[in-house]
Design a protein. Structure first.
Length: 178
């Protein structure tokens, strides 16, 4: 993790209410509470990633509108395909498997494994932020140069992000099988 990004796990721990603090001292509930809080932190983190991807979608939709306004219809099909792929990816991120700890789960997922999953997801925040920035085509559309090259770059970045996210899913599945 970089120093400029906030570790949500600490924020979740710090925001525990009285009932959750009591659970931390009750035998048998302490581990459950810690794991549930870690899952909550990971969910919040994935929402941040999804928000960055939504910003990328907004950038692509703005580019599509600018292309139409400028009479450049050659790249519209490519932009539409990228919008579709990014929408699908955003949904996969937002609704991704996160591992269940539960009070009496059939498969025990420990704190180390959930922390590993959190670290995995933490890396996606920066990647999604960069992907969102690449989706901003306003300068290329205004200058009417390099649009197709930028679209190819976005396509590559979406593919790379999707591959990395699929690797994350394999990690989650590996955690669940243990």
């Amino acid at each position: 993790m970089t120093s400029d990004q906030t570790d949500i796990r600490k924020e979740v721990d710090d925001s525990r209410g009285l009932l959750k603090k009591i659970e931390l001292v009750v035998p048998g509930f302490r581990g459950y509470r810690q794991l549930e809080d870690l899952r909550a932190a990971d969910e919040l983190l994935r929402r941040q990633v999804a928000l960055w991807l939504q910003k990328g979608l907004t950038n692509l939709r703005d580019a599509r509108r600018s292309l139409v306004d400028g009479g450049d219809y050659n790249s519209l099909e490519s932009v539409a395909a990228l919008i579709s792929r990014l929408q699908q990816l955003e949904g996969e991120v937002e609704h991704a498997e996160q591992g269940y700890s539960g009070i009496a789960p059939m498969i025990r997922i420990g704190q180390d494994q959930l922390n590993e999953l959190y670290e995995y997801d933490f890396a996606f925040v920066d990647t999604a932020s960069k992907l969102s920035g690449v989706c901003d085509l306003s300068a290329a559309v205004k200058s009417q140069t390099g649009v197709q090259g930028r679209l190819d770059d976005i396509d590559t970045k979406i593919t790379d992000f999707k591959t990395a996210f699929e690797n994350r899913m394999r990690e989650v599945e590996k955690i669940q099988i243990k």
